[in-house]
Ligand binder design. Structure first.
Ligand code: URA
Length: 198
């Protein structure tokens, strides 16, 4: 059933990355991403692209990925997680090795393969810095929860030996009446550039 949800794979760089590599990771594709077959192709993607340009990041030299490669109903990432109680009630498995998402949710076993796939891809790609767009990739990449406290910091990446994660807002959060945070979003992207250049 869930495997019928539309699938969008990562976008690998179309230009050769120069120097230390940067990866950008979001949550899951939306409708426009499904239509075009690439991550961050819709409104969030437009804001992301404009912001990357503003801070001097060439998207074409980055890996652009999502934690989950399927579009969940209503674009709600909550569909990928469940509490132990709910999972048991629904007869579904949870994957414990990535830890809890938020206070009591766990990735459902049927989707956890995507998290492992992200890890394998990042290990192969070898980014020095990964920008985590929102709470889902911040959790997947660092094991930590709480985007409002974590954004604008630099955290160790649990998926890539020696890699760093710069958590920031998800562009769709900014588009939902939080454009006042746009300068902070740009500052976080500049921080990622700074860490790349270290
Ligand atoms: N939001 C995401 O998290 N990823 C996309 O690819 C598009 C929107």
């Amino acid at each position: 059933m869930t495997m019928e949800w539309p699938f969008v794979d990562y976008q690998f760089p179309s230009l050769p990355p120069e120097g230390p590599r940067l990866a950008i990771v979001g949550e899951a594709p939306g409708a426009e991403e499904v239509r075009q077959g690439i991550p961050f192709a819709g409104r969030s993607g437009q804001l992301l692209n404009e912001s990357l340009k503003q801070v001097g990041i060439e998207r074409a030299r980055c890996l652009v990925a999502n934690v989950f490669r399927r579009q969940p109903p209503g674009n709600k990432v909550g569909h990928f997680f469940a509490s132990r109680t709910r999972a048991r009630k629904e007869g579904r498995g949870i994957e414990e090795r990535w830890g809890a998402f938020g206070t009591s949710d766990w990735p459902l076993a049927e989707f956890a393969g995507d998290i492992g796939h992200l890890q394998a891809t990042l290990r192969e790609y070898g980014p020095s810095v990964v920008v985590a767009l929102g709470r889902t990739p911040t959790w997947a990449l660092t094991g930590q929860n709480g985007i409002l406290q974590l954004r604008g910091t630099v955290l160790p990446c649990r998926m890539v030996e020696g890699g760093e994660v710069v958590p920031t807002f998800h562009p769709s959060y900014l588009l939902r009446g939080q454009l006042v945070e746009l300068p902070a979003f740009h500052a976080d992207l500049r921080l990622a550039v700074e860490r790349l250049g270290r």
